[in-house]
Structure formats: structure tokens, C-alpha cells
Ligand binder design. Structure first.
Ligand SMILES: Nc1ncnc2c1ncn2[C@@H]1O[C@H](COP(=O)(O)OP(=O)(O)OP(=O)(O)O)[C@@H](O)[C@H]1O
Length: 331
């Protein structure tokens, strides 16, 4: 998929759990594209405060805000002719999502505090470890932006679903890390490989690489045996347990968030998204569009079950079917 998608200018939307290789995939797309000699710029939405992201993407003019002591070129301009990778895209607040959408539609960059605009040619790749449809359904990601970005979707499977790929990756890491650490490991015992196949790798490829790295550093020899792996797996298991508990907590919190738009559908986007703070964040849309969005969101939250969605929306299923049909006809 990477090879087929690389030559195109179309946006790529990479999703997958943490550690499945999304960043590596984005880099591979750029390296196999005709843009490979042009810049590849990465911005991580989770690593930057929301009010800085806008200036990081679009740049700013000296004096545009406190601390803007000089003009600054944004990533969109730096990436001209090349690729802009927006990692953790779902962390971007709604106000900024609107600005990103406008940029995607026009290709025009306007730095903060500047009247000047510049047209750029940038290929966008974005990634998230969240379920993007769920983010859209919960109102945390604009649907129009999602469809703009989601032209070529690449879903990276979790390592536990990749069958014997685990072994291929493990062997390649063993060679690479053995060389890097000046060790002479060449292969695993059969038991070690069986053990890796039986584990569920919540941290995915990153965890596999780390576990092998630890074993390579701690032990010597030509054959890496299961007990050597077990020690570093043990540590990894403890970390995984902590991660699982955290994820569970987040998921429960997320589920409550997801229900909020259904309970109070006529309210503006949740303040937790940061939208309330920024001007222009809550855009006015025709009532029919609000209704359609609310209905589609309810259906998505009810896993496509229209009868259940109708129940939650307190209308009859036939009303929902009628409305869905009318939208289909319109499309
Ligand atoms: N197919 C692969 N072959 C070799 N190494 C891989 C592969 N997939 C992932 N890795 C390695 O696993 C680690 C995690 O990959 P990467 O940072 O791309 O994951 P990610 O999905 O972007 O993670 P996160 O969501 O946490 O940012 C990196 O060290 C990467 O080089």
C-alpha cells in the first residue's frame, strides 16, 4: 500500500495503535514519493500546546503575539514541494481544525499577524492512534476535515494480529541490535519464538524491539534463549499492565465524553476540546446539517444499529430510515 500510495499527492490518513509504525510508514511514503528530495516536516499535535500549533503550521509575523520576537516561517511553508506529516491529528482543537481545512482547500498560508499570503504545494500525511470515526462521531474531529484527510487510509494492524510477522520482525531486530551492541546473537531458540508468538504485545513493534534490545544488552551468546527474553518480557509485562489500566481509565472517560453530544446535542462543541476558548471556533451551520450530523453520530455510537439510535434520539426508526434515504438521494 505504501508503494502504491507514495507517488500520489493525495492525503494519507494512517491509523493504528501506539508503536505499530505510523511514523515509519509516513517517512516511507515520503521516501518513495517523487517529493523525496524535497523537505519532510513532522509536527506532533500532542507534543505542542494548541495555541502554539497554529504558529508552528502557518508561521507568524514579529509581534503577532507576546513572545513573537521575530518573523517565523511555518511548517506548511517549510514543507513546500515536499511532505508535511501531522502526527496525533486528533489532538488538534476544533478552531484549528477549521483553519487546517481552509488551508487544505486553498493551499494558501497566511502567517499569524500577517496580511501576506503564500500558495504552497504540500502533501499531507496524518496519523492517529485513536479511532478516527469515533472522534468524528463524538464531535472531537470535524467530519469535513476527516474526509479531506482520509483520501488514502492506511490502517496499521496491532502486532498481535500480524501472525508470524512477529518472527520476521524479531529476527531482523536481533541482527540489527546485535550488530549495534557489538554482540554475536544470530538466532532465537524455538521456545523463544513460540513465547513471542504467544504474547499479545500491547506496545506493538516498539515493545518487541525494546524487549529484544534489553535481552541483547543483558546477555551474550549466539542463540537467544527463552529465559533471556523472559526477563525483559517480565519488565515489559509490568509496564503493559500499567498501560492497560491507564487505557481502560481513558476509555471509560472517553465513553462518557462520547455520550455527551447525544445527551446535549443542541449545545456547542464540548469545552474540553478547547473550542470554547478560541474565537470563531463554534461555526454556525444550517439546522438541517446539525440534525444530520447528530443523527449520523448517534448511529455510529450505536454501532450502526438504527433502531437503537432511534430509541436514544427519541424518534421512531422509520423517521431515521426516511431521513437517511433522503440524504442518500441527495448524495
Ligand atoms: N515494520 C517495521 N519494521 C521495522 N521497525 C518497525 C516497524 N514498525 C515499527 N517499527 C519500529 O517500532 C518503533 C515504533 O514505530 P513508530 O514510532 O513508527 O510507531 P507509531 O505508530 O508512530 O507510534 P506512536 O503512536 O506511539 O507515535 C520504531 O522504533 C520503529 O522503527
Amino acid at each position: 500500500m505504501i508503494k502504491s500510495a507514495a507517488p500520489s499527492r493525495a492525503s494519507v490518513f494512517i491509523s493504528g495503535e501506539s508503536g505499530t509504525g505510523k511514523e515509519l510508514c509516513a517517512m516511507a511514503l515520503h521516501r518513495h514519493s517523487p517529493r523525496r528530495h524535497a523537505p519532510y516536516i513532522v509536527l506532533n499535535m500532542a507534543a505542542l500546546p494548541n495555541d502554539l500549533i497554529e504558529s508552528e503550521i502557518f508561521g507568524h509575523k514579529k509581534g503577532a503575539f507576546t513572545g513573537a520576537t521575530a518573523d517565523r516561517e511555518g511548517a506548511a511553508v517549510k514543507a513546500h514541494g515536499g511532505t508535511l506529516f501531522l502526527d496525533e491529528i486528533c489532538e488538534m482543537d476544533l478552531a484549528l481544525q477549521a483553519k487546517l481545512l481552509r488551508f487544505l482547500q486553498t493551499g494558501v498560508v497566511q502567517p499569524l499577524g500577517s496580511d501576506e499570503t503564500r500558495k504552497v504545494d504540500v502533501r499531507i500525511i496524518c496519523a492517529t492512534n485513536r479511532d478516527p470515526m469515533r472522534e468524528v462521531a463524538a464531535g472531537r474531529m470535524r467530519e469535513d476535515l476527516f474526509y479531506r484527510l482520509h483520501v488514502i487510509p492506511i490502517d496499521l494492524p496491532p502486532l498481535r494480529e500480524r501472525g508470524t510477522d512477529i518472527i520476521g520482525l524479531a529476527r531482523s531486530f536481533l541482527h540489527e541490535l546485535s550488530r549495534e551492541e557489538g554482540k554475536s546473537f544470530e538466532r532465537f531458540t524455538e521456545e523463544a519464538e513460540t513465547c513471542m508468538l504467544g504474547y499479545d504485545w500491547p506496545g506493538n513493534v516498539r515493545e518487541l524491539r525494546n524487549v529484544i534490545h534489553t535481552a541483547v544488552v543483558l546477555y551474550d551468546g549466539v542463540v537467544l534463549e527463552q529465559p533471556m527474553l523472559s526477563r525483559s518480557l517480565q519488565e515489559s509485562l509490568q509496564k503493559a499492565q500499567a498501560l492497560k489500566e491507564q487505557t481502560l481509565k481513558n476509555e471509560n472517560a472517553g465513553r462518557l465524553d462520547d455520550m455527551a453530544p447525544m445527551i446535549a446535542m443542541d449545545q456547542p462543541p464540548s469545552p474540553q476540546s478547547g473550542a470554547g476558548k478560541a474565537e470563531g471556533a463554534v461555526e454556525i451551520e444550517p439546522l438541517a446539517m446539525t440534525e444530520e450530523r447528530a443523527i449520523r453520530r448517534a448511529i455510529a455510537l450505536c454501532d450502526g444499529n438504527i433502531t437503537r439510535a432511534a430509541g436514544r434520539l427519541e424518534v421512531s426508526p422509520s423517521t431515521l430510515y426516511r431521513k437517511l434515504q433522503s440524504w442518500d438521494n441527495k448524495a
